[in-house]
Design a protein around this ligand. Structure first.
Ligand SMILES: [Zn+2]
Length: 227
C-alpha cells in the first residue's frame, strides 16, 4: 500500500511539472500571452471571439486553447501566422478543428505551399501589401508587412487601441543573434525596425524570451545593426 502511495505522489508531481511549463500572463485588458517551452503566443479576446498570434506547434496550440478557456468562453475565430517558419506556425490545425480561420500574408502562404509539412496547415485567408486591418467585434488588429527581413511574409501585429505590438523573431529581448543568422537579412531587418519605431506602440510581446516589454527592446535590437 505504501508503495502505491509513493508512486501516485511521484506521478502527481510529474504532471504538475509538465503543466507548469505553460502559463498565461495578462499584457493589458483582453490581451494575454501564453509562455511555453522556448516560445510565446499572444491572444486577444474580443466581443466576437478570440484572435491568436502564432500556433507554434501542435502541443503548444492545444495548451493555448486550454488557457483561452480559463479566461473566456469566446471561440477562437482567427489564428494569424507571423511568417512561414514551421517552428512558429505548426499546430494551426488544432485551432482550425476548433472552428478558427488561419490567416497569413500572401508571401508567407506561397512559401508554406512550396515547402509543405504535415504539421503546418495552409492558411485559409491571405492579405497582401503593407498593411491589413483585421477587425473582430470591438477590437482591431493591424497587420504590418515591411518587406523581406526574416523568413517570408514576416508580419508584425499591432493593437492600436491598446498600443501593443507583437514580434516574432525580429525582436528578441536579451539575446544576441546566432552565429549563423538563418534566413535573416540584417540590413532590411534594421530598416524594418526603424519603420516599426514610427508606430506609437507602448508595449511589446515577443515570440521568444520576454514575453512582455516595450520600445526599449526594439531600439536595442536595431542599434545592434547600427541602423
Ligand atoms: Zn523565423
Amino acid at each position: 500500500m505504501g508503495f502505491i502511495v509513493i508512486l501516485s505522489s511521484l506521478f502527481a508531481g510529474a504532471v504538475f511539472a509538465q503543466s507548469a511549463t505553460y502559463s498565461t500572463l495578462e499584457v493589458t485588458k483582453d490581451v494575454y500571452v501564453v509562455t511555453g517551452p522556448g516560445y510565446n503566443a499572444m491572444f486577444v479576446v474580443t466581443s466576437e471571439g478570440v484572435i491568436v498570434a502564432d500556433s507554434n506547434n501542435p502541443e503548444f496550440a492545444s495548451k493555448v486553447l486550454e488557457e483561452i478557456k480559463t479566461v473566456t468562453k469566446q471561440p477562437v475565430r482567427y489564428v494569424v501566422y507571423s511568417h512561414d517558419h514551421r517552428d512558429h506556425i505548426a499546430g494551426g490545425q488544432v485551432f482550425k478543428d476548433a472552428g478558427a480561420v488561419l490567416l497569413s500574408h500572401e508571401e508567407a502562404k506561397k512559401a508554406i505551399v512550396k515547402h509543405p509539412h504535415p504539421d503546418v496547415a495552409v492558411p485559409d485567408f491571405t492579405w497582401s501589401g503593407n498593411k491589413y486591418a483585421l477587425t473582430l467585434g470591438d477590437k482591431t488588429m493591424e497587420l504590418f508587412y515591411f518587406g523581406p527581413n526574416h523568413g517570408t511574409g514576416m508580419t508584425v501585429y499591432y493593437l492600436p487601441k491598446e498600443k501593443v505590438m507583437y514580434f516574432a523573431d525580429i525582436v528578441t529581448p536579451n539575446r544576441l543573434p546566432f552565429t549563423i543568422i538563418a534566413d535573416f537579412d540584417p540590413d532590411a531587418w534594421g530598416k524594418s525596425l526603424k519603420e516599426i519605431e514610427t508606430i506609437p506602440f507602448q508595449m511589446a510581446v515577443f515570440s521568444h524570451e520576454g514575453p512582455i516589454g516595450g520600445r526599449a527592446e526594439v531600439v536595442v535590437q536595431r542599434e545592434f545593426w547600427r541602423i
